[in-house]
Design a protein around this ligand. Structure first.
Ligand code: ADP
Ligand code: MG
Length: 691
């Protein structure tokens, strides 16, 4: 079959239209059949397959090709393989495919390695932050997060190792996707031979096509520009396969508790509808777990044969695989997932979708400088994507747990790009490090709010990463930009090298970079509090992490020890991994990674050196744990998860903040107020401080 490719120089192959359905055999395929087909056969039944030759033609002839196709049509898994088959990896060149999410990177790379009958990490590899599973000289297809590709641009601004870069899931408009697209447009001017593929599940791609259309530029320079090769006019290819109709149902009245309603909807589908798996969309991990438990509980009570499985980004690899794997014969699978099942992961056999109508979305308030994850209504575009998941294998049904009126009047048409609702500190610093001096004039796909840009510039100026001309400082600014952590944490690490406590600080920074080092404690809060108390340091949460990690090493990395202490073993293994990455990085930057031999004060000072802007003073107030943030007087509260929750020390510094019912701060360390003047005099010079 490899002989069917279009070859450069050959006549342009016909582009298939939507009516041309000759090869499409999906309809004949019973929904449980994938296990009976060879992988090769399965690949050929995907909608992308019949577009393989036209696609290779377009990529050869256009600098940018935009591919639009339903989830599951084969964009992510097939296109990179077609590129290899079409010769784009010859001469040691790499094909990159970016994803907004780590979980999708790993899952998809594993799937493609399987399809190509190779070991993951060889011809097909992946790279996510702190984990590189590629083999130089061997790897041809590299799946990676868009954030990691951005980091690679710091060392290799023109991405010369890559022949083709496919930016996938572009419709999601993650911050890194937006930034990457802006930068790739610049790279293309310097490297006309580079090919870009932008893959999207929705038609919103038209605005991206307009963004990449540089065909009208620099016409006057040379008449020969008409002959320019490849064409700088983006090509658009729709690989829309046949999807089946999905019948949509709305609730008559607004729903007050969508978790409960989802569970009863699942039960009635199971009772009344023919076989077919069910996919339920919830907003976050807690809700997913709760829904799974409720379904399992009812299943046991009623002796029904539902198997409920969770799917979310923080799930361990083995548990993720359950959601993709087979279940016992005669049972019906219910996958309860977050947004990740909306477009980035394909699940087989889904016929029914239950849509809560909500997702967790990031919102940033640049005035309060707080980013919150808020459960908010999804957009109509998202609702359509979710419904579409039911029509992949045969006609399906989608049960929306909201009214038609809410769909029409309450939901917005499209999701707001993440860059317009996020803290931009890391983003702006990275752009600076990539040589983009004028942030305001950067070719943004969508411009962020000016207040958010100003706030970000203030922060990176305060930590000394840029000077008063907004130029990156040397070496501090460059060093902070090199560290793949929030710039304030990066500054803390650099300060810890100077203060002689970097060995401790890399452990703390690593612990702050994993989801949680404690096991989830639904209904076991008291037990968890007791476990925490065993390690609690009077200096606060950062030093507590250090105690936990030291205990782990003393236990010879015992899983049982972790279990006994309600500590997440996998998370600690990850911490160990990340800390070694970080200490190698610091050494590479020429910095000294030494231990302070339990001189805790220097660790506290290093934290102050990075996070001084988050210093707070206890308020003489009626409410327990109420603080005033020094820089702006904002009122904040210690989060109950902190070991300092009931302690209320006079001066604290925090790592993170969230607004729920209150403005909470978490990951807290006790400080002494003179340290603020000592370590950040420029910042506190004009602020009034009462001792
Ligand atoms: P797209 O990127 O267009 O959404 P994908 O390339 O991810 O589509 O998936 C194409 C097809 O490959 C899916 O419909 C499914 O049949 C199969 N597939 C993808 N990932 C997996 C997986 N992890 N396990 C089994 N099959 C998979
Ligand atoms: Mg995909």
């Amino acid at each position: 079959m490899a002989s069917q490719f279009w070859k450069p120089g050959a006549e342009r192959p016909p582009l298939l239209t939507d009516e041309d359905d000759g090869l499409f055999v999906m309809a004949a395929q019973p929904y449980y059949s994938s296990g009976y087909m060879t992988i090769e056969r399965q690949r050929q039944t995907l909608p992308a397959f019949k577009h393989r030759t036209p696609l290779l033609y377009l990529i050869e002839n256009h600098a940018t090709t935009i591919v639009i196709g339903e989830t599951g049509s084969g964009k992510t898994t097939q296109i990179p393989q077609y590129l290899v088959e079409g010769g784009w990896s010859e001469g040691g060149r790499l094909i990159a495919c970016t994803q907004p999410r780590r979980i999708a990177v790993q899952t998809v790379a594993a799937r493609v390695a399987e399809e190509m009958h190779v070991t993951l990490g060889q011809e097909v590899g992946y790279s996510i932050r702190f984990e590189d599973m590629t083999t130089p000289g061997v790897t041809k297809i590299k799946y990676l997060t868009d954030g990691v590709l951005l980091r690679e641009m710091m060392e290799d601004p023109l991405l010369v190792r890559y022949s083709v870069i496919m930016v996938d899931e572009a419709h999601e408009r993650s911050i890194s996707t937006d930034i990457l697209l802006g930068l790739l447009k610049k790279v293309q001017r310097r490297r006309p031979e580079l090919r870009l593929i932008i893959a999207s599940a929705t038609l919103e791609a038209r605005s991206i096509a307009a963004f990449f259309d540089t065909s009208a530029e620099r016409r006057s320079q040379s008449q020969a520009m008409d002959l320019v090769f490849p064409s700088r006019k983006p090509a658009i290819l729709s690989i829309e396969g046949k999807t089946f109709t999905v019948q949509i149902f709305y609730t008559e009245e607004p729903v007050s508790d969508y978790v409960r309603d989802a569970v009863s909807t699942v039960n009635s589908i199971h009772k009344l509808e023919p076989p077919g798996d069910i996919l339920v969309f919830m907003t976050g991990q807690d809700e997913v777990d709760e829904t799974v438990q409720l379904i399992q509980h009812e299943t046991e009570n009623r002796h029904s044969d539902l198997v409920a499985l969770p799917l979310y980004a923080g799930l361990a690899r083995v548990d993720q695989e359950h959601a993709f794997g087979p279940i016992p014969r005669g049972k019906r699978k219910v996958i309860v997932a977050t947004n990740i099942a909306e477009t980035s992961l394909t699940l087989e056999g889904i016929v029914y979708v239950v849509d809560s109508g909500f997702s967790k979305q990031r919102f940033y308030n640049p005035i309060k400088d707080v980013e919150a994850l808020i459960t908010a209504p999804i957009s109509r575009a998202s609702a359509q994507q979710r419904a579409g998941r039911a029509g992949r294998v045969r006609p399906g049904k989608c049960y929306r747990l909201y009214t038609e009126d809410d769909y029409t009047n309450l939901m917005s048409a499209e999701t707001v790009p993440e860059i317009q609702r996020s803290n931009l500190t890391s983003t702006i610093l990275q752009l600076k490090a990539l040589g983009i001096d004028s942030i305001m004039r950067f070719d943004w796909l969508a411009s962020p709010a000016p207040e958010a840009m100003v706030r970000a510039l203030e922060t990176i100026f305060a930590i000394g990463a840029i000077d008063s001309d907004a130029k990156l400082t040397s070496p501090t600014g460059f060093q902070i930009a090199e560290i793949p952590l929030h710039p304030m944490l990066g500054k803390t690490l650099i300060a810890s090298c100077a203060l002689g406590c970097a060995l401790e600080m890399v452990t703390i920074a690593a612990a702050l970079s994993v989801q949680s080092i404690w096991v989830p404690s639904r209904g076991r809060q008291k037990e968890l509090d007791e476990a925490k108390l065993r390690f609690a340091a009077s200096e606060g949460d950062h030093i507590t992490y250090l105690n936990v990690f030291e205990g782990f090493l003393q236990s010879q990395r015992s899983a049982q020890w972790c279990h006994r202490n309600l500590i997440n073993y996998q998370a600690l293994k990850k911490v160990e991994d990340i800390r070694s990455h970080l200490s190698k990085l610091l050494q590479r930057l020429g910095l000294a990674v030494k231990s302070c031999e339990r001189d805790i004060k220097v660790i506290q000072k290093a934290i102050v050196a990075g996070f001084f802007a988050n210093a707070c003073q206890l308020k003489i107030s009626v409410e327990q744990g109420c603080y005033k943030r020094i820089r702006d007087g904002e009122e904040v509260f210690i989060h109950p998860s902190s070991v300092l929750f009931r302690v209320s020390p006079k001066w604290i510094i925090y790592h993170a903040n969230t607004v729920t019912e209150r403005h909470y701060v978490r990951e807290i360390t006790v400080i002494e107020s003179p340290w603020l003047m000592e370590l950040a005099p420029h910042f506190f010079h004009h602020k009034s401080m009462e001792y």
